[in-house]
Design a protein around this ligand. Structure first.
Ligand code: SF4
Length: 335
């Protein structure tokens, strides 16, 4: 496949502003290298190659794109349509049945792709061997996108035993809404009993949350991922400036070995993007969000935040901001 971009050159000799904006968009998304050739349409020269292509395809406005595949060629008038349909996942469909992807290769392939396209790519490649980690609002956005593909997928959630009653109801709402089986994974009962016997029910307030999260979240997560080839999370890089500023769209999962691919399709989305999607698609959400809770985890470790506070200020507020992760998300950004 070859992709041509037709840009308009004004009588002044400068490129038209809209063409420059479009080029900037493609560069921002790391997709400029996917444009194989720039063809100029000179405003004052009807015989210039770009003007000839504009007449051939009946296009009145620049920029536009010509995609050539074999002896077929067709015109694409919008950069966003070009990104969605041709650039971001170029090669992915042909490669959909291949084995596990390398994290860096997947990150390169998915660079600039919209979340829906990343979800589709993962499910075409891995099907139900790709599991969605469900706990919060972002994760239901992923489930909604996955359900819209019509492709097989799987979902799990970690029941720490300390969730709010509203969260349990929310899990059921999602199950009913999407008709999807949700694997509810519990912590090892003996390990929880030993911790509680030795340190009580609120050891995290004294010792930090590492040990309790290790037993109630991290170990069960490892079990939930056994036999999977990929997992998807709703992590975003703006969730925690201290710990999530380097969230990759795709990466090898360093905890359980490089054969497992971890995808974060919403890495580049903001909280506002997530909530815009939730409203636009009538996606179910935890009712605690209507009571000031923004990032929701276990009941004793989650509190509402005030307007203007960062969402992570409602989690483990008695600890240093750089430690506000529970050990579920390891690995650096490689895209
Ligand atoms: S969030 Fe709190 S209660 Fe939940 S597993 Fe971690 S430390 Fe334990």
């Amino acid at each position: 496949m070859a992709t041509l971009m037709v840009k308009k050159r004004l009588s002044s000799g400068e490129a038209c502003p809209k063409c420059l904006q479009t080029e900037a968009l493609l560069r921002r998304r790391g997709l400029w290298d996917a444009i194989d050739e720039v063809v100029w349409a000179d405003e004052d020269d009807p015989s210039s190659p770009g003007m000839v292509l504009a007449r051939k395809f009946g296009v009145a406005e620049a920029p536009f794109f010509v995609v050539r595949e074999g002896d077929q060629e067709h015109v694409v008038r919008s950069a966003l349509k070009l990104i969605r349909d041709h650039l971001s996942l170029r090669g992915a469909v042909q490669d959909a049945s291949a084995g596990p992807a390398d994290g860096a290769a997947a990150a390169g392939l998915l660079r600039g792709a919209e979340p829906e396209a990343i979800v589709r790519w993962a499910l075409e490649r891995f099907g139900a061997d790709c599991t969605i980690a469900f706990s919060g609002a972002e994760d239901v956005v992923l489930i909604d996108m996955a359900a819209a593909t019509g492709l097989p997928f799987s979902v799990f959630c970690l029941d720490t035993g300390r969730l709010h009653p509203e969260t349990y109801r929310f899990i059921e709402d999602v199950r009913e809404r999407y008709g999807v089986a949700i694997d509810v994974v519990s912590p090892d009962a003996a390990a929880v009993a030993a911790l509680v016997r030795e340190k009580g029910l609120f050891s995290f307030l004294r010792d930090g949350h590492g040990q309790c999260c290790g037993i109630r979240k991290v170990e069960p997560l490892g079990r939930a991922l056994v036999g999977k080839r990929a997992w998807m999370t709703g992590q975003r890089e703006d969730q925690s400036p201290a710990t999530r500023a380097e969230v990759a769209v795709a990466q090898d999962d360093l905890r359980v070995g490089t054969s497992l691919l971890k995808l974060n399709p919403l890495a580049r989305w903001t909280s506002a993007d997530v909530w815009h999607y939730i409203r636009a698609h009538d996606v179910p959400y935890n009712p605690l969000h209507e009571h000031g809770f923004r990032s929701i985890g276990c009941a004793p470790c989650t509190r509402p935040v005030h307007p203007g506070q960062h969402e992570r200020e409602g989690r483990w507020w008695w600890e240093d901001a750089t430690k506000k992760e529970c050990g579920l998300h390891l690995g650096g950004r490689d895209d």
